[in-house]
Design a protein around this ligand. Structure first.
Ligand SMILES: [Zn+2]
Length: 177
């Protein structure tokens, strides 16, 4: 699921070679080469939710911490939209994400904050600001990846949860940039 590029990046961080050159530069070059070959074609744009209740605020750094605790290099989504409609970058789009098993090398992951209502049930808790921000991000992604299909996490095989708690496939079926 994770690629070797990040490991190289960490290993060479702020170190210099025997000629005094900054190896950070080289690690970035290697990372770019590896990640570009990793994310050859984006076939899907996948919508997720944090599956958290309205009483709980979730920041992009919270997700980064949760995903690091799973042993990943950091946040597995490429974009995050909080309840106020603020849009945060997650993992660079040149890197494979960690958000949908078996499809990470060919998909961009977008996550919104929420998905659980006050009764503790799976629900479409998107605020109006979140809906506007989500639409903005998805339209922008379609410009970059016009052939990509927008799906919800639950639309993939062997996914036994209701993420993103609404029918993203239907809602964005006719979305063009
Ligand atoms: Zn999901």
């Amino acid at each position: 699921m994770e690629n070797g590029a990040t490991i190289l990046h960490l290993r060479f961080y702020s170190s210099t070679d025997c000629f005094g050159n900054n190896l950070m530069h080289w690690s970035r070059t290697i990372q770019l080469l590896l990640t570009v070959s990793k994310m050859k074609e984006v076939r899907y744009i996948v919508v997720h939710c944090t599956a958290t209740p309205l009483s709980q605020r979730v920041s992009v750094s919270d997700i980064d911490r949760w995903h690091k605790a799973q042993g990943w290099s950091g946040i597995g989504y490429h974009w995050y939209i909080d309840r106020d409609g603020h849009i945060f970058p997650g993992r660079p789009e040149t890197q494979a994400g960690a958000h949908v098993v078996g499809f990470n090398n060919h998909s961009i992951g977008v996550c919104y904050e929420g998905g659980i209502n006050e009764k503790g049930q799976d629900d479409d808790t998107r605020t109006e600001k979140q809906k506007i921000a989500l639409l903005f991000v998805l339209k922008d992604l379609k410009k970059s990846y016009p052939n990509a299909i927008i799906l919800g996490h639950r639309d993939f095989p062997n996914v036994h949860k209701s993420c993103p708690c609404f029918d993203a496939k239907k809602e964005y079926a006719d979305l063009f940039c």
